[in-house]
Design a protein around this ligand. Structure first.
Ligand code: SF4
Ligand code: SF4
Length: 208
């Protein structure tokens, strides 16, 4: 168990709702849910979720900390915003789902090898290196994220797609040698570092 997770259990003992309100983006909205089920019914992937949003909110209020933070459900959110558009109470459901996923990651509670989390990390590292996504490297990392053998199989299965992307100039082999970057790379990296610093300060303040 990570040190931060242990500290949070100590700090918010038996009050998971308060923990969510203090640490999860838009978490203060959870108590406003009236359990109408509109979000669960509107979510295009709802059937595939272990716990749809409505259930997650109920579980938070019931103090089911491990079940919520260790769940794969919030990692299924595609940010389609259907739920936000329809929620009669105006809950920012999408942001809460991403906030819960982010918080679970900080605490080290994400299920092992959760694919969305792996891809999100990969995308972030790729993007922040030069301020622009290197499609070629991202595609290769994605194909090979489960090992070399599986990577070769993935590449073979998607070779037509790859060729079409090259032909349409959506991807370039020159990206293998660095790829394009933003004009002011050092300025961009300063912005990222500052944002990280502010986020760390916010987290440290909430953890007191
Ligand atoms: S639509 Fe809104 S109020 Fe209804 S269950 Fe979902 S979050 Fe709760
Ligand atoms: S934004 Fe996420 S939770 Fe909301 S309907 Fe879309 S996929 Fe479902």
């Amino acid at each position: 168990m990570s040190d931060l997770n242990t500290a949070m259990i100590e700090q918010y003992r038996s009050n998971f709702l308060r923990e969510v309100e203090a640490n999860v983006e838009e978490g203060q909205w959870v108590k406003m849910c009236m359990q109408c089920g509109v979000c669960a019914g509107s979510c295009p992937l709802g059937n595939a979720w272990e716990h749809p949003p409505q259930e997650i909110f109920m579980m938070i209020r019931a103090g089911k900390r491990e079940e919520v933070l260790g769940s794969e459900s919030m990692w299924m959110c595609t940010s389609c915003y259907n739920c936000i558009a329809r929620c009669p109470r105006g809950l920012p459901i999408t942001h809460i789902m991403h906030g819960l996923a982010h918080y679970a990651k900080r605490l080290g509670l994400v299920p092992k090898n959760q694919p969305t989390q792996k891809f999100a990390q990969m995308f972030w590292e790729n993007l922040t290196k030069k301020g622009r996504v290197n499609e070629l490297k991202l595609g290769i990392s994605l194909y090979f994220m489960d090992g070399f053998g599986q990577g070769v199989k993935n590449a073979m299965a998607n070779q037509k797609l790859g060729m079409n992307m090259l032909k349409a100039k959506r991807m370039s082999v020159s990206e293998a040698w660095g790829g394009h970057k933003v004009k002011d790379l050092s300025g961009f990296q300063k912005v990222i570092a500052k944002a990280q610093q502010l986020e760390d300060e916010r987290i440290a303040k909430n953890s007191k």
